[in-house]
Design a protein around this ligand. Structure first.
Ligand SMILES: [Zn+2]
Ligand SMILES: [Zn+2]
Length: 263
C-alpha cells in the first residue's frame, strides 16, 4: 500500500472521494485529464485513477502489454499539475488472473474477479448477459447456484492472489440479474455462498468498495454490494471506500450523494 493511499484514507472516506475511475488507457472513453477535471467539477477531494491490469488476449478492455509505465507517468504529471486542486491517486484494478502486475509502482491495488476459469479458458461474467448465460449453460449445466458458488469461491481468494488494498464490486456476478432474472438472490444457497466469501475476506482486514458502476450503466438500481450485503459486512467490521467505476466523465462520483447513509 502506497503512502498516498494511506494519506487519503487517513482523511474521511466520504462521498468526496472516488477511488475507481477508468480512462482510455484501458476501456474508459476519456483521458486522465478529463476525468480529473470532472472530479474537480463535482467537488471531489480525492480521485483514484486506475487501469485494468494486463491480461493476454483481453486488450479490448485491459491495459496493453507494457502499458503501465506510460499510464503511471501521465498520472504522475497530473498529480503535480493539479496538486492545489485535488488529490490524485494512481491505482491498478488487478484482475486475479493477471500475472506480473507491478503493484509496488501504484498507490494502491483494487482486487477484482471479472472472469471464471473453465475448461475452455477464462470466460467473462460481466461483459454481456448472453455471455454470462452461455457460461452457465455450457460449463455449469445451467445451474446458476453452481456458477455463483464458483464466483464467490474464486473471489474469496482475491486478497491472497492480488494482495489488494480494496476488494472490487463484491457481487458482480449479479450484474445482469435485475434485468434478466437469471437466479433468485434470496435463495439460501446464494446467501451461504456470498457469506462464506465475505467471512474469508473480512478476515483479511481489506476494505470493500461501494461501487455505483452498475447504477450509472442502468444495469441495477443498487450499488455493489447490495444493501443486505453491506449490512452484513458492516457487522463484520468491514471498512469501505466509495467507487464510481466510471468509464466516462459523466459517471465520476455517480450517485455518491446517497451513499453516506449506507456506511
Ligand atoms: Zn472491475
Ligand atoms: Zn473498474
Amino acid at each position: 500500500m502506497g503512502k498516498a493511499f494511506d494519506k487519503a484514507l487517513a482523511g474521511v472516506v466520504s462521498s468526496r472521494s472516488d477511488f475507481h475511475v477508468h480512462t482510455h488507457y484501458c476501456d474508459g472513453k476519456d483521458s486522465p485529464r478529463d476525468m480529473v477535471l470532472s472530479g474537480i467539477s463535482k467537488g471531489l477531494d480525492t480521485i483514484g485513477i486506475v487501469c485494468h491490469s494486463y491480461l493476454p488476449g483481453e486488450e479490448d478492455w485491459c491495459i496493453r502489454n507494457h502499458g503501465y509505465d506510460a499510464f503511471i507517468s501521465e498520472i504522475s504529471a497530473l498529480k503535480s499539475e493539479f496538486s492545489n486542486r485535488i488529490n490524485i491517486l494512481c491505482g491498478v484494478e488487478h484482475d486475479m488472473f493477471s500475472k506480473d502486475v507491478p503493484s509496488s509502482s501504484f498507490d494502491y491495488v483494487i482486487g477484482a474477479v471479472h472472469m471464471i476459469e473453465t475448461q475452455a479458458g477464462l470466460v467473462s461474467i460481466d461483459w454481456k448477459p448472453e455471455i454470462t448465460s452461455e457460461l452457465c449453460m455450457r460449463h455449469f449445466s445451467g445451474d446458476w447456484m453452481a456458477l455463483c458458488g464458483r464466483y464467490y469461491e474464486t473471489l474469496s481468494r482475491v486478497v491472497e492472489a492480488t494482495d489488494c488494498d480494496i476488494i472490487a464490486h463484491f457481487d458482480l456476478i449479479s450484474k445482469f440479474n435485475q434485468a434478466c432474472g437469471f437466479f433468485d438472490e434470496s435463495r439460501a444457497e446464494y446467501e451461504t455462498a456470498w457469506k462464506r466469501c465475505a467471512d474469508a475476506l473480512l478476515g483479511s482486514g481489506r476494505r470493500f468498495e461501494i461501487n455505483t458502476g452498475a447504477i450509472s450503466r442502468g444495469c441495477r438500481t443498487e450499488q455493489y454490494p447490495s444493501n443486505g450485503m453491506i449490512g452484513y459486512l458492516k457487522r463484520g467490521g468491514a471498512g469501505f471506500v466509495f467507487s464510481s467505476d466510471a468509464h466516462e466523465v459523466d459517471a465520476v462520483a455517480f450517485g455518491f450523494d446517497a451513499l453516506p447513509t449506507l456506511v
